[in-house]
Each structure stands twice: as structure tokens, then as C-alpha cells.
Design a binder for this molecule. Sequence first.
Ligand code: MN
Length: 303
Amino acid sequence: MKLAFFNDFRLGIVIGDGIVDVSAVAEVPHTGPGNHISNQIGDFARYRTRLEAAAARGTAVPLADVTLRPPLPRPANIVCMAVNYMEDGTKTEPAPINAFQKASTAIIGPGDRMVLPDVAATIFEGEAELALVIGKTATNVKAADAMDYVFGYTCFIDGSARGVPAFYQMKSRETFAPIGPWIVTADEIADPQNLQIKLWNNGEIKQNFNTDDMAHKIARCIEWVSSVHTLLPGDILATGTNHRGLHAFQHGDKIDLEVEKVGKLSITVHDDLKRTWGRDTRLERAGMTPDTSPQLTGKYAKA
Ligand code: MN
């Protein structure tokens, strides 16, 4: 099942190229879209049959005629794994397991704009990632049981302002957590460790890697994160990226992120300062200094 929010946060089920409004049947206690979806996820066994029946008898509206919204507008936690790919064999062993939190106020959805802040970052990048959606309260979960805690999956872009101190300033900027276009329930993804992830910038493919290259696999990530703190229904755990295709996000860019079997999330990039960078990826700059494309013009550019 593909669960989405659309228009003024109507709850919908996506079927093919259409969406069925199931808001009326989802008698989930809530005060807003954020806890609407998290309460639904946390008690999904109770709602699933009702939702499926409503989707079956409802009339689908073309997706092209609605505005999709972030499917998880306000999760309690967004946790992002750090350096969690083997980078196509260029790393000999996994980096020590590590993660960081991203402010949930950074979330945007399909069609929204990532806005580059007026800070002296060396470059702004967006990391293509598979995100897990947590299905039930997870504390000290063992890896062997961890997949039972996955409700589903969504696409996630980990916006990053490089060259500013610490993860907090780098990662929690407004609009730096694009997600969507919907949540795919876990039963639709037989093997989440074999999904191709592709990211295009203005139609040019930049990132193209498989989740089979993940350093610390999904079950271990859940085990480790849930040993640090409790994860709640509707929380997001982003599983990291292969850094080799990272490149500058800049004003006017159209970004498309596709995770196989999950869907395609499209956003745009806006920069009031209209700064420019080179278009090369980290892979294309291998061995060069700096290892990310330098800023070419605009405020903070080094003459
Ligand atoms: Mn990341």
C-alpha cells in the first residue's frame, strides 16, 4: 500500500497513477497531519482492512490533478546514518557506525523548494537516500527482530551545507529534509537491501547506486539507533548515501530522486543569492583540491 497526503493533507492511497481519498474512513485520533499519520502507523493493524476497503470502493483522482504533500509532516525523530556506504569498493571496511539527528521542522514534500540559506557554506549538497519509516516503538531492538519495526519506506534527500561547523548547522536547515512522494508499506519491498537509487539534477544523472552497498545494514542501523534512544511510530531513519555522485545543488535546479519500488520524489532548489558552483561530482573531482566543486560566483565566493 502507498500512503500519501495530498492537497490540504487529505489522506490518500495511491493506486497506479491515481489517488483515492480515504480521509473519511481513517478515524484516527489526531490534532493535525503529523500525529494523524503517526497514530495511524502506530495502530495500523486496526486500520489496514478499512483503508483497503475504502481504496477498493473509492474513485481515484489522477495524481497529476492533486498536490502531494510530505507523507510524514512532523515525525518525532529524523535520524540519519552518517557515512554508511562502501562507496563501490573504495572503502575497505565500514566506517564506525554513526548517525545524527535532523530537525523535523526541515521537512518539505514533493514539488516543494529546498531553499539555500545565506551562510558561508563551501557547497550545498543533497544526498539521495532510502528512508525507513518506523512502525512501532523501538527501544534496544535486536538486529534479528529489527525488520519487524519497519512500517515502510520513502525517498529522502539529506540536505547538507558543507564547511559549516558540526552536523547541527550542516543538516538541520529549513527545507533540508525533502521526503516522499508517499510511504510504501514494507510488504511491497521484498528486499530493501537490493534497491537502485538514482538522483538526477536537471535531467542529468548524478547518483546511481544500490542499497546492497550499504555498510551497516538496515537491521543493524535500527539495533544501534534504538540502543541510543527510542524510536516512535512514524519516525524516519535515513540510511545514508554513496557520496561519489554528490554535487552542488544551486538556484533553479530540478532534482529527481527515484528509489526502486518506492517512487520518485521531485523538488526544486532556490537561492536568493543566486550563487553558482561547478557542476562536477565528487567522483569527477577525485584527487583534486578541493574535493567538492568550488563556488564560482556570488556572495562568499573566494576570488
Ligand atoms: Mn546523509
